[in-house]
Design a protein around this ligand. Structure first.
Ligand SMILES: NC(=O)c1ccc[n+]([C@@H]2O[C@H](COP(=O)([O-])OP(=O)(O)OC[C@H]3O[C@@H](n4cnc5c(N)ncnc54)[C@H](O)[C@@H]3O)[C@@H](O)[C@H]2O)c1
Length: 373
């Protein structure tokens, strides 16, 4: 097993640059090439990070046989094709979230990894946070008993990318993003819930998506062609009789309830901040948990714990053979099934089954008319 992983990055826009910063800090990771259609920009970024080679056409980079892994940092609707090209070139692939804009494309990516025998890793940053890791340990140790209910509710007050001032127009136009708050933010939170519960299979989804807020910054909405949902919600039935509630808003006239909860027969958890709810000596107990201190100690006693502390570190650790790769591709695929189900259910106005989602024409119910006078 090599002690250095040679990496190429496709797309050095906002997140690609952040990945380069992260790789600089991970022992054993070495970025040897980047690719971006904007060659001058890519040359500048390569210079900044001492990356020797730049390719406007990523296929030329993939033709090299001295690259182990490639990181796809393109916008959502380009993830599938690039990821499959990477895997078929014989390289391991890291892909940004969402896995893809549709379930069908996500499945093609997953199948390509199986077919080529190469590793596929999806960016699901939330699962490496201290509270999430501690929550997973508490659940795995059986302190929740039989899990039957999970809930993720996250609202931004006014945080539509670009329209409200943050991020690029690519996030809010269906042509580039394929969807709004569901694909940008809900995917993180749904994936965290699935990870904590060992990725139970989807049964049905009843969901709705909206773009309703008035008082848009008209110029920014028009400039970006803002046409995706700002709010999505769902009631999801999972195998084992588990109910999952999802609410995600980029913008809404309400306070953020910030709920990420998993409830079982013996105890319950609020993930962030981490609180454990149970009954102790016939008394209701709400116990705060100091996750940071536990994680620090785990890292002192087990050198491999470092490789669970962040997504890039985990990826490099798995490629170095230090730790098994968390099945982020399987979790992201199940997440994509749920988000596709939310869009489809909203479009049809009724609950949809797993089979219906799998067999539906991909990408239905994505476009919303911007609420502009
Ligand atoms: N920006 C963020 O804060 C953020 C955070 C987390 C995840 N992400 C995810 O990262 C992905 C990229 O987002 P971004 O904000 O970095 O986008 P971006 O528009 O800033 O960057 C995309 C880059 O890809 C390049 N590109 C496009 N087609 C290409 C091709 N065929 N070959 C090579 N390069 C090509 C573009 O020139 C651009 O530099 C999205 O899927 C997004 O969901 C972004």
């Amino acid at each position: 097993m090599s002690d250095e992983i040679r990496i190429g990055v496709i797309g050095v826009g906002q997140i690609g640059v952040r990945h380069l910063e992260k790789y600089k800090q991970v022992p054993g990771a070495r970025v040897v090439a980047v690719s971006d259609l904007r060659e001058d920009h890519a040359q500048r970024i390569a210079g900044q990070f001492n990356v020797p080679d730049v390719y406007p056409d990523y296929e030329e980079m993939l033709a090299r046989d001295d690259i182990d892994a490639v990181d796809v940092c393109l916008h959502n609707r380009l993830h599938c094709e690039a990821t499959i090209d990477v895997l078929e070139s014989g390289k391991h692939c890291y892909c940004e979230k969402p896995m893809s804009w549709t379930y069908a494309e996500s499945k093609k990516m997953y199948d390509a990894a199986e077919r080529t025998g190469k590793k596929l890793h999806i960016q699901l940053a939330r699962i490496y946070e201290a509270d999430s890791r501690a929550a997973k340990r508490i659940i795995d140790d059986g302190h929740l008993g039989d899990i039957y209910f999970a809930k993720t509710v996250n609202y931004r007050r006014r945080g539509r990318p670009f329209v409200d001032g943050y991020g690029s127009p690519a996030f809010v136009n269906v042509k580039t993003s394929g969807g709004g708050a569901m694909l940008d933010m809900a995917v993180y939170h749904i994936a965290l819930m699935l990870y904590l519960m060992d990725n139970p299979e989807l049964e049905t989804v009843s969901g709705a998506t909206y773009q309703m807020l008035e008082n848009l910054d008209r110029d920014r909405a028009l400039e970006s062609g803002y046409n995706v949902e700002e709010l999505g919600m769902a009631y999801v039935r999972l195998a084992g009789g588990i109910s999952l509630i999802v609410e995600e808003a980029w913008a809404i006239h309400a306070e953020d309830p910030a709920q990420e909860q998993v409830m079982g027969s013996r105890g319950g958890l609020q993930v962030n901040p981490l609180i454990y709810y149970a009954t102790l000596s016939d008394l209701e107990m709400d116990a705060t948990v100091n996750a940071e201190r536990g994680i620090w100690r785990w890292q002192q006693t087990n050198p491999c714990a470092y490789y669970y502390s962040e997504t890039q570190r985990h990826w490099v650790g798995a490629l170095l053979g230090e730790v098994p790769l968390i099945d982020t591709a399987g979790i992201a695929l199940n997440t994509a099934l749920i988000t596709e189900g939310i869009y489809l259910s909203s479009h049809l106005g009724r609950e949809v089954t797993r089979k219906e989602i799998e067999n539906a024409e991909p990408g239905q119910g994505r476009e919303h008319d911007a609420n502009i006078d």
